[in-house]
Every structure is written in structure tokens, then in C-alpha cells.
Unconditional design. Structure first.
Length: 692
């Protein structure tokens, strides 16, 4: 026994000596090992991103300069460890972060086509709400446990590892780090100038494949927002205004009071041009013509209503800024007329600039013409921070899923779009003036089930890739139901006999493994739009960019209001069109607002959540339950008793119940609308309980 204990102790001592010796060797030769680490890490993260252990080798052969430049970026990050004595700890932390980004990107690319960017980290809260739709609970638990184990093991190793005991040359090291950073910046500019890399990513997924994750992710950090155009100046802005605009600075935005404006009689609707129409945009999640997919066979047309509209009304391809994801960026382009290409790679303006500043938009433009403005989305109100951003974009009301009724969900957990019919019609009925309604649908959102749902599906499909048949079957049948919603909404609008322009368009193609050569348009960023109207507007078929769509539609209605709207209408054929668009866009969002006379004239609206006023009318004690009676409750309604949240049971639109409390004179009640993230979107006025 003593020999055994002696042997174990000797073996343990030998391991400790070897471990200590290796760590000391690592500390002394830190930079040499950092090169090896950088090459290894770059290989691993590219393998995860490309879902292949051999793909990084192909990448190295095809683009050796970019592969080595990415190694240089990682080596620079690891090299900062020379400033610390606990070099193993620093190297462990940096390696975990880099490896984690690669893993996250690899996972993300299995559920969408857009790779990881720094802005995704700001979407983490929203992503957690729907992660269960993409990853099974068991797999999620395993991933979390694995991450925790790796982090704890690495930190333990770093803390226990011996410190570097040599002389620390911190001043020279700092100088070398600074020089290295600016050298990387200089090399980046050279690579851009010679065409090996680029500053603007028209397709983020392709950029990550061509230039690598470290390079592209770094750019998403360093190049947020817009870069000031070289020719930006007051004189240049005035020149554009003089040549292309009539509604120019100094601008005084006068927003009429909605309650004081009354619409013209509907009988004037048949006289084209006498009255501005209601303007309704409906952005359809992942909607496109499935018959354009090569190798996809369908038992019947899934978009019969949409196809008929294309024959009878203005339509065309709509070129959107992303594929498989990025709903909010298509939305941004359509509402503002601004081009996402001018922003940093992977950026969502909804998560950056629009959280802190107002922006000229169709809503603000039409408000000046006496319109009431509304946003509708049958999904969470806080997703993409719409509950904040819509105020910055000039909307009067926003109705998210937390303020809707009679919700029906599909097997993927998303609300069906049929519920938007009542929401849009009811919104139009709340005002006596013209309305601008911007609705965003969600039904066809992925992830798409891999199992066949049953024979009851109205459309049967066959696909060239049998492993994808079930997913395509589910998607096509969801699109079929969305098309039914299109037909139902038009039927209801026809009953109103009020001049109306209604635009349907897809926000992006679905994440179903498509490539350019898989669709007849040969362009994955091409969806479609159609402009229904009851005003006998001329048919103007055209293929347009998403940022041109609204001005294209308003031109049909002879509405020229708004600087960006008029610019598009007057300049789209100009040689310097994109250059001047970038300059105006920069001025409005990041520059001196020269186009407005030096002051941003737009003030955020007092955004009202929902179009109905939720109200408590009475509170009564019924044995061990308290009944809260009122108007317009729904399953998202939660009772607060004396300021404390209490478990709430939804009975119907007029009643909620809570248990376990006995109310007394002077107790207070409020009802809040709370989504899945527990954020309070709005609440009723305080109800003071009285027995009398």
C-alpha cells in the first residue's frame, strides 16, 4: 500500500514538474506558440462556419492572402497577452471567445443564411425567445453544459498555471501592439485597393465565405454606421437639393392632430387624384413565387391570388438586402428609402442608429399630408426593438401580438397571418382621416419542420433534394395560407369603398439551402411585389430595389412629399444617383442635417401600443378568487396588485382572475401587456378598489 501511495505521489509530482516545465516554456516562447494557436483557431472556426473539415483547405488554396490575413488578426489578439504575466489565462480566454464565435456562427448558419456579426450580440435577448424553435431543449442543455465545462476548465488551467517570471517590457510591447494594429489597418486598405477584399458587402454570406470570419466580424465592429462620403459638404447638399428637390430646407415639420382631421367623402374616390388614398404596405415573411425554384414540383399553385394580382396590377421583382433573415433591414429600406449597402457589414439600423435618433420616413412624410400612421406585426413587440424604433420613424400606433386577439399559431409556433385581416381593417376604422398602415407578417418564418405533417396538406410537393422535401412541403403550404390571407384582405378592403393602395411584397427568400442557380431569377435577393388599388391607377411594372419601392408606389399616386421620396422619383436614372443617395442618407442620419437647414426636424412620436384602450372597469372578490372586469384583455394581460405582479388567468376579453389574495379598501390594480421577454409594453390606468 505504501509503495502504491509512493508511486502515485511520484507520478503526480512528475506530472506537475512536466506541466510546470511546459507552461514555463510556453510563457517564454509565447509569440511562437501564438502563431500556432492563430493558425489552428482560424482553421477550426472556418471549418465550423463552412460545415466541413476540408473546406478551410480549399479556402487556403483559393484565397491564401485572406487566410493569412485572418491568421494575422488572430495573432494580433493573442499577442496582446505579452502584456500579462498570466499568459496562459489570457490565451485561454481569447481562444474561448474566438472559438465560441466560430461555433455560434456555425450554428447560426444552420438556421439562416446570414452569418454572425457584432449586431447579433445586441439581438441576443430576442434570439433567446425563439431559440427553442431551432434547437431542441436537450441539445441546448448539452451545448450550455459543454460551454460551461470548457470555460471553467480553461479558467482553472489559466489560474493554476505558473506566471511568466521574466522581465516585462510593457512600453515596447504597447508600442509594438499599436504599430501592429495600424499595420493591419493599412494592409486592409491595400487589400481593398487591389481588389482582394472589399469595404461594402452586398451579400454578407458570400463575404464571410470569401474573406473569412475574423476579418468580416472585425469589420462589423469597426465599421458600424456610415462612413462620411469624401464629397460631403453643405454646398454639395445644396447642389442636390437645387437640382432634384422642391420640398427642401429649411424644413418645418407640422404634424396635424389626428383627432382634428376629417376625411373627404368617400364618394369622391372615383375621381382620380381628388383625394389621397389610404396607403397600406404588407411585408410578407419569406414570401416568394415557389414555382421559380428549379426542381420543385407542386400539385397546384400556392400563390394563385398573388399571381392574379400580378396580371391585373403593377408588379415586379423586389431586390432586398438579405437572404434567409434580415426582415428588419428590408423593412428599414421600404419605410425610409435608405440603402443598407451604405451601412457597416451585418448592421441592423433598428439596433443601432434608430434607437437614438429619429429618421425621415414615409410615416413622417404622410403625417404632413394629414395621415394617421400605424404599424402592425403579429409577433413580439420588442423584437428588433420595434417598440422603440417605430416611435423614431413617426408611427402613431403599433399593434404587436401582445395587443391582438383570437391568435392561431402554426406548428412552428408563429402566429398565422389570417389574423392580420381584422387588425388592418380595425385600424382603418379607428380614424376619420387617411391612414398609412405598415404591417409585417410572420407565418412563413423558419425553422421549417423536417418531418411530414400529414396528408391534410392542400399542396403536395416533390423536390430534387429528397432530404429537403418535408421542409419544402411545410413552407409551400404556409405560403399557400398566406396567399389566402392576401385574398381575404382585398375582399374586406373592397367592402369599404374607400380609395386605397395596397402593396404586398416578400421580405426575403427562406433559409432552405437555395443558391442563385436554384431559382429562375438567378438572384437570391429577388422577391416580388404587387400594388393593388381601387383607384384605377396606371399599371407601371418595374423591377425595383427595396429602398425604391415606396417612392415608386407614391409616384403612382402623385404623392411627392418627403425629401428622400422626391429624390428617388427625380433621380433614379441619374449617373450619380447612388453617390448622391449615400450623401443624403449620411447627412440625415450621421451628418449635420444640412438638407433640413442644420436641424433634425423630426421628433419621436408618443407611440400608442395597440388601437384599443385596455381598461379596468371593476374588481370583485368571489370567494378565493378576485375577478378583474374590463375591456380588451387578452392572454398577454397580467394583473399587478398593489404594484406587485400576480399570477393571472385569462378568462375572456372582459375578465381576468387572480387567486390567493383578499382585497381591501384602497388596494390598487393595473393590467399590463407583457410579452415572452417579460417586458411591459403598456398598462392600464390604476384602478383603486372600493367596496362601495
Amino acid at each position: 500500500m505504501k509503495k502504491m501511495i509512493h508511486f502515485i505521489a511520484k507520478f503526480k509530482n512528475k506530472i506537475n514538474i512536466n506541466f510546470k516545465g511546459k507552461i514555463e516554456y510556453f510563457n517564454v516562447n509565447y509569440l511562437k506558440h501564438s502563431i500556432i494557436f492563430a493558425v489552428t483557431l482560424n482553421y477550426l472556426i472556418e471549418a465550423m462556419s463552412r460545415h466541413s473539415i476540408f473546406a478551410p483547405i480549399v479556402y487556403l488554396v483559393e484565397r491564401p492572402v485572406m487566410f493569412l490575413f485572418n491568421v494575422g488578426i488572430l495573432f494580433f489578439l493573442l499577442g496582446i497577452g505579452c502584456l500579462f504575466r498570466k499568459r496562459v489565462l489570457y490565451a485561454s480566454i481569447i481562444s474561448i471567445i474566438i472559438f465560441g464565435l466560430g461555433l455560434a456562427n456555425g450554428i447560426l448558419l444552420t438556421v439562416r443564411t446570414t452569418p454572425l456579426s457584432v449586431v447579433d450580440l445586441t439581438l441576443l435577448k430576442s434570439a433567446l425567445l425563439i431559440v427553442n424553435l431551432y434547437i431542441s431543449p436537450m441539445l441546448l442543455i448539452v451545448l450550455i453544459l459543454a460551454i460551461v465545462v470548457v470555460i471553467l476548465a480553461s479558467v482553472f488551467l489559466g489560474l493554476k498555471a505558473p506566471k511568466y517570471v521574466g522581465k516585462m517590457y510593457r512600453v515596447p510591447v504597447v508600442a509594438l501592439i499599436v504599430v501592429s494594429f495600424f499595420s493591419l489597418v493599412g494592409i486592409d486598405k491595400i487589400l481593398v485597393n487591389v481588389g482582394i477584399s472589399t469595404e461594402n458587402y452586398s451579400n454578407l454570406a458570400n463575404a464571410y465565405q470569401n474573406y473569412g470570419l475574423p476579418y468580416c466580424f472585425s469589420n462589423s465592429i469597426l465599421k458600424l454606421g456610415m462612413k462620411e462620403p469624401e464629397n460631403y459638404s453643405l454646398e454639395k447638399v445644396e447642389e442636390i437639393a437645387d437640382e432634384k428637390l422642391t420640398d427642401i430646407f429649411p424644413v418645418e415639420v407640422v404634424i396635424p392632430d389626428v383627432e382634428d382631421l376629417v376625411n373627404e367623402p368617400n364618394k369622391n374616390a372615383e375621381v382620380k387624384g381628388l383625394i389621397n388614398p389610404n396607403v397600406i404596405f404588407v411585408q410578407l415573411e419569406s414570401f416568394f413565387d415557389c414555382t421559380e425554384v428549379l426542381g420543385l414540383e407542386l400539385s397546384k399553385d400556392p400563390i394563385a391570388n398573388f399571381r392574379k394580382l400580378k396580371k391585373d396590377f403593377s408588379s415586379g421583382y423586389l431586390y432586398v438586402p438579405s437572404v434567409g433573415a434580415g426582415t428588419a433591414n428590408t423593412e428599414f429600406e421600404v419605410i425610409t428609402g435608405m440603402n443598407m449597402d451604405f451601412f457597416g457589414p451585418g448592421e441592423y439600423p433598428y439596433k443601432t442608429i434608430l434607437k437614438t435618433t429619429t429618421c425621415e420616413s414615409t410615416a413622417y412624410d404622410l403625417k404632413e399630408l394629414g395621415y394617421a400612421t400605424h404599424a402592425i406585426h403579429n409577433n413580439d413587440g420588442t423584437f428588433y426593438d420595434r417598440h422603440i424604433v417605430y416611435s423614431q420613424l413617426g408611427f402613431d400606433t403599433f399593434t404587436p401580438i401582445e395587443y391582438m386577439y383570437d391568435k392561431e399559431i402554426n406548428i412552428s409556433g408563429f402566429a398565422k397571418d389570417s389574423m392580420l385581416v381584422d387588425e388592418i381593417i380595425n385600424t382603418l376604422n379607428t380614424t376619420k382621416i387617411q391612414d398609412y398602415v405598415f404591417a409585417v407578417s410572420v407565418q412563413a418564418h423558419g425553422e421549417y419542420p423536417t418531418e411530414r405533417l400529414g396528408e391534410e396538406e392542400p399542396i403536395f410537393i416533390r423536390y430534387k433534394d429528397q432530404s429537403m422535401e418535408n421542409q419544402w412541403s411545410y413552407f409551400v403550404n404556409q405560403i399557400y395560407e398566406v396567399d389566402q390571407f392576401i385574398g381575404d384582405l382585398i375582399k374586406e378592403l373592397k367592402k369599404r369603398e374607400e380609395p386605397t393602395v395596397l402593396v404586398f411584397y416578400g421580405d426575403h427568400l427562406p433559409n432552405l439551402g437555395l443558391k442563385n442557380e436554384d431559382v429562375s431569377s438567378n438572384r437570391l435577393t429577388a422577391t416580388e411585389y404587387v400594388v393593388w388599388n381601387n383607384m384605377d391607377l396606371d399599371i407601371v411594372d418595374a423591377d425595383v430595389e427595396a429602398y425604391q419601392l415606396t417612392s415608386h408606389v407614391l409616384k403612382m399616386c402623385d404623392i411627392k412629399k418627403g425629401i428622400m421620396n422626391e429624390f428617388h422619383q427625380n433621380s433614379i436614372e441619374d449617373e450619380l444617383y447612388l453617390e448622391n443617395l449615400e450623401l443624403l442618407q449620411y447627412d440625415m442620419l450621421y451628418g449635420g442635417h444640412e438638407i433640413y437647414g442644420g436641424i433634425n426636424p423630426y421628433q419621436a412620436t408618443a407611440l400608442k401600443m395597440g388601437i384599443r384602450t385596455i381598461k379596468i372597469t371593476s374588481v370583485s372578490q368571489r370567494e378565493d378568487e378576485v375577478w378583474i372586469s374590463g375591456n380588451y384583455f387578452n392572454p398577454y394581460s397580467v394583473v399587478y396588485y398593489n404594484g406587485e405582479k400576480v399570477d393571472t388567468v385569462y378568462m375572456d376579453k372582459n375578465a381576468l382572475t387572480v387567486s390567493g389574495i383578499n382585497v381591501s379598501e384602497g388596494d390598487t390594480f393595473t393590467v399590463a401587456q407583457i410579452g415572452k421577454d417579460n417586458y411591459i409594453l403598456g398598462q392600464t390606468e390604476v384602478y383603486l378598489y372600493s367596496k362601495q
